[in-house]
Design a protein around this ligand. Structure first.
Ligand SMILES: Nc1ncnc2c1ncn2[C@@H]1O[C@H](COP(=O)(O)OP(=O)(O)OP(=O)(O)O)[C@@H](O)[C@H]1O
Length: 483
């Protein structure tokens, strides 16, 4: 983040928000001692030598090799390597070096296809598994586009990225920081404190934020210069409760050539329809199976009888060698707090996180978990989307997830970036009506599931409605409280 031109108080707010200590640590480590190459990624097949010279045939071969499917007119070929983004301009060298220092050696499948499409200035609708590198897929081309625009003398905010939670926005801002080192681009993580401090958008090139923060800021800020708008975890952003805020942001982005792009690991049909209605001619990029769990996660269902059996089952699992760090999902803040208390009584290195904690407290817990100082983190679905704890070995769904989509995102907190992970989902008698959904997802991922689980009676319509109403009420409550 280039500090020189920023207003003083806004700068301190922004730098506080992006955790300067952590960043400096990362920066020093990377500069003095480039990290080992990150583990080779999902579908790690290398482009084969001897590809045909016909670009479309070569492109199709690459797509087949990396399980990429595309829809759209004249879709550019997937990248063979990051170096292929290089054009005339000194900044490319620095950017490629930043990628290397950050451990990004070869593009992942979603990056191979999305980067060239966004560099062509086209809209993208990207659906790729959890942990497959979607963040860099949009950040890399946006940094290039923003830098090119800045070099042409274009002023004002050029790229805006929206994430559903503050934690995710903070994480995206960290990756952005790694990419823009030495590029003289002004970037900000727009937090509540930054809004209060009156961030000067006219001085920023790129910003990352949440729907609530941005919709509030949109009342005062000039967003007419924003050319690139990314909606990360897009299906979440289109859920009831957040749509109004997103609408307000989109309405404020009045650039005539605005490019909106959507990313997620899941995209239900109805959400895709809604999303398409706001895009002009998107290129759709799908990697792997649509709406499916990451294949790197071993999934297990465990019957716990009744509520009272859950704590015992978790204790047993932890004592019988569940590999830490472990992320445990509950369905409410109260339940997270209670479980935290119960586990702490057993001398476990445990913490919990939920929306009612202050932003600073949440950031502290997340950092301690990342650093390995907390072995078990009890959380709610606040942490189910997008959060990247590369070392999480096991995800436990202590409470049965509300939907298949929630299940996919929860278990996707492990098995990331080419690593393997384990997930355990507890179910009790009252969950039996919803069991089939998860059992079918597991079957789809070639996990062993008893046949009876996949063919149980469907949930009764009135119970389904009740569950829907509860989720809606919870979403509204969350939105009112803000991220
Ligand atoms: N090209 C790459 N090479 C090596 N590691 C990478 C590469 N791109 C991303 N990663 C790593 O992969 C991990 C997952 O990336 P990211 O968080 O972007 O996934 P995602 O697809 O957005 O997942 P989710 O759907 O859960 O949000 C991160 O730790 C990231 O640093």
């Amino acid at each position: 983040m280039c500090a020189a031109d920023m207003p003083k108080n806004a700068l301190s707010v922004l730098l506080t928000a992006v955790q300067p200590d952590n960043y400096r640590t990362v920066k020093r480590q990377k500069i003095n001692n480039p990290p080992e190459e990150k583990q080779s990624h999902i579908n790690e097949a290398q482009p084969q030598a001897g590809l045909s010279n016909d670009p479309s045939e070569a492109a199709n071969l690459l797509r087949k090799q990396f399980h990429i499917r595309v829809k759209g007119r004249s879709v550019p070929s997937p990248l063979q390597e990051f170096q292929a983004v290089r054009k005339n301009g000194e900044f490319y060298e620095r950017l490629l070096q930043n990628l290397k220092w950050s451990g990004f050696v070869a593009p992942t499948p979603v990056q191979r296809q999305v980067v060239p499409v966004l560099l062509q200035g086209r809209e993208v609708l990207a659906v790729a598994p959890t942990g497959s590198g979607k963040t860099l897929a949009f950040l890399l081309p946006l940094v290039i586009n923003a830098k090119r625009a800045a070099l042409k003398g274009q002023e004002g905010l050029k790229a805006l990225m929206i994430s559903p939670t503050r934690e995710l926005a903070e994480q995206t801002a960290r990756v952005l920081l790694l990419l823009v080192r030495g590029l003289r681009l002004q970037c900000c993580l727009l937090t509540a404190a930054a809004v209060v401090a009156g961030v000067e958008f006219s001085k920023m090139d790129m910003a990352v934020t949440t729907p609530l923060r941005m919709s509030k800021a949109a009342r005062r800020a000039n967003l007419s210069t924003v050319r690139w708008l990314i909606l990360d975890e897009a299906d979440k952003l289109f859920e009831e409760g957040l749509t109004k805020q997103i609408d307000r942001v989109i309405a404020a982005c009045t650039h005539p050539r605005l490019v909106v792009s959507l990313f997620s690991a899941t995209m239900p049909e109805r959400v895709e329809e809604l999303a398409r209605s706001m895009l002009k001619a998107p290129v759709k990029v799908t990697v792997g199976e649509r709406n499916a769990p990451a294949s790197s996660v071993q999934q297990r269902l465990v019957y716990v009888g009744q509520e009272s059996g859950k704590l015992m089952a978790l204790r047993d699992a932890l004592q019988s060698g569940l590999r830490p760090p472990v992320l445990v999902f509950t369905n409410s803040r109260q339940r997270a707090t209670m479980l935290h208390r119960d586990l702490a009584l057993e001398d476990m290195c445990v913490a919990s996180i939920s929306a009612e904690q202050t932003p600073a407290a949440r950031t502290k817990v997340v950092d301690q978990f990342r650093e390995g100082r907390i072995h078990v983190l009890v959380c709610t679905d606040l942490m189910a989307r997008g959060i990247d704890f590369p070392n999480v070995q096991t995800v436990v769904s202590y409470d049965f997830p509300h939907s298949s989509i929630d299940y996919i995102h929860r278990i996707g907190r492990t098995g990331r970036a080419g690593r393997q992970g384990d997930s355990i989902t507890f179910f009790e008698e009252k969950d039996s009506g919803q069991l089939t959904r998860v059992a079918n997802l597991m079957h789809q991922s070639d996990m062993e599931v008893p046949d009876w689980m996949r063919h149980m009676k469907k949930e009764k319509p009135h119970l389904k409605q009740l569950r829907h109403d509860r989720r809606k009420a919870a979403a509204t409550q969350k939105t009112q409280q803000g991220p």
